[in-house]
Write a protein that binds this ligand. Sequence first.
Ligand SMILES: [Zn+2]
Ligand SMILES: [Zn+2]
Length: 125
Amino acid sequence: MKINYKIISIILAVVCIICIILANRAPKEKIVYKETYTQQTAVNEAYLNQIAYSKTCQLCSGKGYVACKTCLGTGKDYDMIQYCNGSITIFEYNCYTCDGIGYRKCPKCNGVGMLSYTNRDVLNK
Ligand SMILES: [Zn+2]
Ligand SMILES: [Zn+2]
């Protein structure tokens, strides 16, 4: 019977050691909780970045491009040289701003023609 008590005490000691090991593992469980929190945050981030609604760009009326301000949509610009004798020479050249196209990509919608608003934009209104 005395031997049995020794075995029991050894078992208790082993259980105690296991308990200590498990207790030391507690901080790791906290890290797991942190990861869960980060995942939740990422889900919220994804929701906030989702497009809530889109509407036609008012600046370009949905076309995605606007008339060049420098050449007013003509694609041409002019320069003039006046000589001492009074004669005038007019140079016509392609507009530098739009490369002679006359139109530029809409700066507001970046050429898309539509403006999209995310859930974050809606919440921040
Ligand atoms: Zn131009
Ligand atoms: Zn636009």
